[in-house]
Design a binder for this molecule. Structure first.
Ligand code: FAD
Length: 539
């Protein structure tokens, strides 16, 4: 089979045009083609009046060799890569059960791969099973009641469960592990289109049922979940060679769990656990992250700006954007985790704090587009010395936002026009904020560092030149967006184990090795393989 990439056709092309384009591009006749399959479809909307669909297609030919030879210097005609996933081995008899802390995408995939190899992992999560967790999460959004152990960040499915469910990433993935993730998601109930869309997404409701389905699979393979079990201590011994080595875990219930191989997939919001690990001497360092606000525009404005007269075309869906600007103060401002046709959500996990994020349903048909509008923070410049200082910085501004919002989990919000004019908002305009439980018009300067505010003020007119009406005065900004990524990294070696604690496998977003659902899941696979290799090697 050969893979044909960058095959472009006009947006409004007829179905048969794709096959004709394949014949023409490969210079073959209908008799030469046995079958073809679309592997990916994206769009190129740089010219709004002439939007192109961009296909990647796998083609099976009767005689492939001469065609490959003819196109040997053409990067868009190659042999189809082998994307089939192969496990690194099977569990040796009597192998100890690995423990995975965290049932987010990273922990789920670590657990799944270990279970598929026969390791019978134990998966711990501080939060609740996903249906119960959903009720608690809505409790904050509807009734302003936060459960610090069961919310947007904590519980089965992890941080991305109530999200847009975007499933793309810019990680280098030469082994095509993303394919394994997407295939397992489809088995668990995701729409099959995620296998072919260039920018696939799932949306919140489907994620909930998928997470349940994956749990059933893991349990059927001998894995075990233990919910509402927070890890509060690590038991680290020293072996005969003087190496610090994992021995077990202490849970908040007082239980002790023996554990020689522990996958640490705790996400970016487990601040208490970060501190506990630091106090236990596990190597950790500060890493860059970003803070800012969520910005909301009517989706129709973004669709028009991106697709012109083709806005609303079903193949294109709701338009996305990704923009960035390097400011004169040396800061970078960029859009983060854009959610077309979605809503802004309350994403705090700590009492007395307000943090924003975004989510959507599969249909992406809510009125507004929202996106993080954030400024990069550099630990060496902004909080040198203490590896955990980034946590305190996040918490400080989340608390300021809580107070500015009225100390009742309403979020502070401001019209863009007022923000630019440096005056507090007293009312909002034509763009209705989607944040639940509600917003308080105010001045966002109160809840962000000065350098962040100045960088945002510089970037807004720049972005307005790239996306018409991005800088419309009625656009709403809601604060604060602090949990863009982990402020720390639990650095690991080539064997995927903590630099100074053997048997501890830091993984996913919280450990600083992923920045989204897909990359966290891929990292979970890699770490599961490392655990398996270590156990198979020791057997
Ligand atoms: P997490 O998903 O954070 O999971 C960590 C788990 O560990 C949690 O379930 C937590 O309860 C558990 N845990 C923590 N501490 C302990 C402890 N001490 N003991 C036991 N358990 C513990 N990414 C995308 O790619 N696309 C999106 O559209 C998207 N939208 C998002 C929307 C929202 C509202 C949020 C909050 C995030 C979004 N993200 C999105 C980011 C994405 O969710 C994360 O990158 C991803 O979930 C990280 O996966 P993870 O498994 O590493 O950690």
């Amino acid at each position: 089979m050969l893979r044909l990439t960058n095959l472009t056709l006009p947006l409004h092309h007829a179905d048969e045009a794709l096959l004709s384009a394949i014949f023409k591009r490969l210079r073959v006749t209908p008799r030469d083609v046995v079958r073809y399959q679309v592997v990916r479809r994206g769009n190129d909307a740089r010219d709004k009046a002439n939007i192109q669909l961009v296909y990647t297609v796998d083609v099976t030919l009767r005689n492939e060799a001469p065609v490959l030879a003819r196109f040997r210097k053409d990067r868009d005609v190659q042999k189809t890569p082998d994307t089939h996933y192969r496990h690194v081995g099977t569990a040796p008899a009597g192998a100890p059960r690995p423990v995975v802390i965290g049932a987010g995408p990273c922990g789920l995939f670590a657990g799944l791969i270990l279970a598929q190899m026969g390791f019978r992992p134990i998966i711990l999560d501080r939060g609740k099973v996903v249906r119960e967790r959903t009720k608690d999460t809505w409790g904050l959004w509807r009734r302003r009641v936060l459960n610090p152990e069961s919310n947007v960040q904590f519980g089965e499915g992890g941080a991305g469960t109530f999200s847009d469910g975007k499933l793309y990433s810019r990680i280098k993935d030469p082994r095509h592990l993303d394919r394994k993730v997407l295939t397992e998601f489809v088995k668990a109930g995701a729409p099959p289109e995620i296998l072919t869309e260039a920018h696939p997404h799932i949306g919140t409701f489907r994620l909930v049922t998928m997470v349940e389905s994956m749990r059933a699979t893991i349990e059927a393979l001998g894995g075990e979940y233990r919910f509402e079990k927070r890890v509060v201590g690590v038991d680290i011994g020293t072996d005969g060679a003087g190496v610090r080595r994992m021995q077990g875990l202490h849970l908040h219930t007082g239980e002790y769990l023996e554990a020689s191989h522990v996958v640490l997939a705790i996400g970016h919001s487990a601040r208490d656990t970060f501190r506990m690990l630091h106090d236990a001497g596990v190597f950790v360092e500060a890493k860059p992250f970003s803070i800012g606000v969520r910005i909301e525009h009517p989706q129709s404005w973004i669709d028009r700006a991106r697709f012109g007269a083709n806005a609303g075309h079903p193949v294109l869906g709701a338009a996305e954007y990704h923009i960035s600007h390097h400011c004169s103060n040396g800061r970078t401002v960029y859009s983060f985790c854009m959610c077309p046709g979605g809503t802004v959500v309350a994403a705090t996990s700590e009492e007395g704090g307000v943090a924003t994020n975004g989510m959507s349903q599969y249909s992406r048909n809510e009125r507004n587009a929202n996106s993080g509008f954030v400024v990069a923070i550099d630990p060496e410049r902004d909080f040198p010395g203490d590896p955990l200082a980034g946590l305190d910085l996040q918490r400080h501004w989340e608390r300021r936002a809580f107070v500015a919002g009225g100390s009742n989990y309403h979020a502070p919000a401001q019209r863009l026009g007022d923000f630019m004019a440096r005056r507090p908002s007293t009312t909002l305009g034509s763009v209705v904020p989607s944040y639940k439980p509600g917003v308080t018009p105010t001045a966002l300067d109160e809840c962000l560092p000065d350098f962040v505010v100045e960088a945002m003020r510089e970037a807004i007119p720049v972005f307005g030149r790239q996306i018409p009406d991005y800088d419309h005065p009625d656009v709403v900004m809601t604060g604060v967006e602090t949990r863009t990524s982990s402020p720390v990294r639990f650095t690991r070696g080539d064997d995927f184990q903590s630099l100074n604690t053997a048997g501890l496998y830091p993984a996913g977003e919280g450990a600083g090795y992923a920045g989204g659902i897909l990359s966290a899941a891929v990292d979970g696979i890699k770490v599961a393989e490392a655990v398996a290799r270590s156990m198979i090697g020791a057997a």
